[in-house]
Design a protein around this ligand. Sequence first.
Ligand code: 6R9
Length: 572
Amino acid sequence: MSEILQPQQSDAQLKNYDQLKETFHWDDIHSVFSWHETGNVNMAYECIDRHVDDGRGDHPALRYADSSREETYTFADLKGATNQAAHMFRRLEVAKGDRVFIFMPRSPELYISLLGAIKAGAVAGPLFEAFMNEAVRSRLEDSEASTIVTTPELLERIPYTDLPHLNKIILVGDQVPQDGPFYSYFNEMKASPTTDDAIEWVSLEDGMILHYTSGSTGKPKGVYHVHHAMIQHYQTAKWVLDLHEDDVFWCTADPGWVTGTSYGIFGPWLNGVTNIVRGGRFSPDDWYHTIEKQRVTVWYSAPTAFRMLMAAPKEIIEKYDLSSLRHILSVGEPLNPEVVRWGWEVFGLRIHDTWWMTETGAMLICNYPSEPIKPGSMGKPIPGVHAAIIDDQGKELPPNEMGNLAVQTGWPAQMRKIWKNETKFNEYFSIPGWYISGDTAFRDEDGYFWFQGRNDDVIVTAGERVGPFEIESKLVEHPSVAEAGVIGKPDEMRGHIIKAFIAVRDGYEHSDELKEEIRSYIKNELSAHSVPREIEFKETLPKTRSGKIMRRVLKAWELDEPAGDLSTMDDN
Ligand code: 6R9
């Protein structure tokens, strides 16, 4: 029997879960959006401008801080700035539906550009700042982006001369080259009015954001979301994040990942709360300092971060006053019961797990402040969503049986396509009526879902999804590498780490120097989070007769488990 923790917050906004599960329909909340009356749809308008219309223009919307900058923007400030950005994009001939990428470290300009692009009717494409040339190139090429906002420091990672569609590069910084497709962000913004006539009114089904994410094979997939998603961003931020107007909310994710947009931008701002953005890297001192200084009330982070905080010396946490916190949540990987217990001990609060994916666009299975939680479980589906465990034929399985975690199609934030890849898109919906997540799980007799693993080869490391194929492809381009197979190896701190098995070419030694060289090569070509922490040299790798590396066998080797059916293995 698992442990059950009773809810702490009697005034939580989600009331009567059991009843709402039966009666709630997404259409019920259309009337809270301004388009319900005006017919004018735009996510960015709904996030920012409407709060100014509602008389809350002076409320702080964004509080940004890093080691050198500290700035506050009210909703009125952001309304003006995002209007300017929309004018800037229009003047640079960005048309409705064009892909505008944003590739830079967290900063107010990132948030203003992203919302400005959406205001102008473009599809925003956020790219994590740590991406290196190849990762940047493949995403810009696939999306055929016309415009990118970046910094002079990151410019060398954008091979723009090889990207025929990319013809406008807006640089956030002082050094802007004279020749070429370059524009100065600050000059263009200065030349733009703050008036709202650059807003493009769209339909709920028009494109809004394109998030590239990893799959088990092939190149990264462009997951395409539309303005309609706002309905679910808004409502889950109420039910699950439990945001009230005066909350100070901090989502620690970067907008390069879906959590950093759905809940680092849309969810909180649709609800008109103060949103904290911290630039720079993780450090326990900086993080606790942020909570204390900004008086953060609701905090959304990831198990890896919690585990790193847990591992930091106790004296650090004791220096800070963290009493402003009311509600803590987690996403991205399994939340260990041990972390929930630590949260209770140090904050006096439960950490609430939430489950969803880039493809689902918003939270689907969650723990709520109003409901008991079972540590180790992801919780229960939100009202308006029916999730189930199904077998490969689509039959729903009884409680406690492990199978495919699937969701009945039709929730508002569901992806609408995989960019230029209908085949991949259709794979998710191969069983009629269902979205197949790729995760395995079971549901207990109380309706709580328990995550068991991924049933493809995608690696979730430190909360980030990494596709083994992208790394393997890069590895074999290194002169020393003949063959490479990449798997996730269980790790206490990071959930999984990336492990590469490598067969070297003739003339290369199995040396530590070579491992180091390969690591820095991946870091420079792809990104720091794609680097295999462990490398093991092998004479040959297990392959199918058709030549596919059998990651399943590599995993079995690693875990000392039986390798299962080897009938397709090539034994030469
Ligand atoms: C939002 C986000 C999605 C994959 C997903 C699953 C894993 C996410 C989880 C979880 C266990 C949770 N995952 N939340 N595993 N418990 N609460 O993370 O999106 O980057 O697309 O990753 O992450 O395996 O399929 P994304």
